[in-house]
Design a protein around this ligand. Structure first.
Ligand SMILES: Nc1ncnc2c1ncn2[C@@H]1O[C@H](COP(=O)(O)OP(=O)(O)O)[C@@H](O)[C@H]1O
Ligand SMILES: CC(C)(COP(=O)(O)O)[C@@H](O)C(=O)NCCC(=O)O
Ligand SMILES: [K+]
Length: 279
């Protein structure tokens, strides 16, 4: 079994992948601030022959996790943001400073779709662009839904947006504090994604396929007008691409990858942008 780990600022997600069949056998998540110990919601390490890790948590959390795993598992691969990998050139002035979850998303998106817009809706919402030739342009970082809500301190932090909500309902004016806040932050997130996508495609003269991942991807997906695919395992896809261990992975296959969404034409994107400027 291969253990893939995606340690974010809120949740440490894991999945167990069968190295022979490529099936995902189990998955789970624990709060990032909790230490990893047997008995917490983590898999049985006896069946694990290799671990791959993407972590943006504090260095101490990663060190502790890697230390614990190295005592039990022979092969532990820790992803880093590099200047170049798999045909993608990192757009950051200091490539090592790009969040490694963003780098994994960019690598996965490029392997799946060529040029892409990779959006990760977690503690932060990150929007990264890779051109068809592999140049990563850099990206945008916006506070995620939960962070935006907590920063308001209006006593509404415990009332999360219902992930089953319809976008239309979330885009109406709220008539109670909790709705005004939830609808406001939702509008802020989806408008930022729609606008940033259109602006960058316009600037670069290319309509890019958009891929969405992260804990809030499903609910945000309903409000994003741009055609896109939701790919919950996008960060894991980057780990598979970066550290291919199975035959299927060496052939470029990433478990759970969606069909590539066909973007609308650049003309339509530009028309939408021009229209929104007139209002
Ligand atoms: N069961 C859940 N527990 C915690 N957060 C959740 C859950 N379901 C959805 N969320 C949302 O997902 C976000 C965390 O998403 P995730 O992509 O795991 O973030 P990160 O990678 O930053 O840890 C939270 O901020 C919250 O808005
Ligand atoms: C921007 C992030 C906080 C997003 O992390 P997440 O929401 O997935 O927990 C993370 O990618 C990070 O710490 N990046 C380093 C700064 C940068 O990418 O510029
Ligand atoms: K994120």
């Amino acid at each position: 079994m291969i253990l893939d780990l995606d340690i974010g600022n809120t949740l440490s997600k894991w999945r167990l992948k069968d190295a022979d069949s490529s099936e995902i056998r189990s998955r789970g998540a624990v709060w990032t601030r909790e230490e990893w110990r047997p008995g917490a919601d983590i898999p049985d390490l006896d069946v694990v022959e290799a671990v791959r890790i993407s972590s943006v948590a504090r260095a101490a959390v990663l060190d502790e996790t890697v230390g614990l795993l190295r005592r039990r598992v022979n092969h532990v691969h820790v992803a880093r943001s590099t200047a170049e990998a798999l045909g993608v050139v990192n757009g950051y002035e200091e490539p090592g400073r790009l969040g490694v979850d963003r780098w994994m998303g960019a690598l996965a998106g490029y392997q799946l779709a060529g040029g892409c817009c990779a959006v990760d809706c977690g503690s932060a919402i990150t929007i990264d662009f890779v051109l068809p030739g592999g140049q990563h342009l850099g990206g945008f970082i916006v506070p995620g839904l939960r962070l935006m809500k907590e920063s308001l301190k209006l006593g509404t932090r415990n009332v999360a947006i219902d992930p089953e909500s319809e976008a239309d309902a979330l885009l109406e004016p709220g008539r109670r504090t909790v709705d005004a806040v939830n609808h406001g932050i939702y509008m802020a997130a989806v408008s930022a994604i729609n606008r940033i996508y259109s602006e960058v495609c316009d600037q670069e003269g290319v309509a890019l396929p958009m891929l969405l991942t992260g804990g809030d991807a499903r609910v945000i997906s309903r409000g994003v007008q741009v055609l896109h695919a939701v790919w919950p395992d996008m960060v894991y896809g980057g780990l598979e691409a970066r550290f291919p261990l199975t035959l299927a992975e060496r052939a470029g296959k990433m478990a759970g990858a969606p069909c590539v969404p066909e973007p609308v034409s650049l003309e339509k994107i530009r028309a939408g942008l021009a229209f929104s400027m007139l209002l």
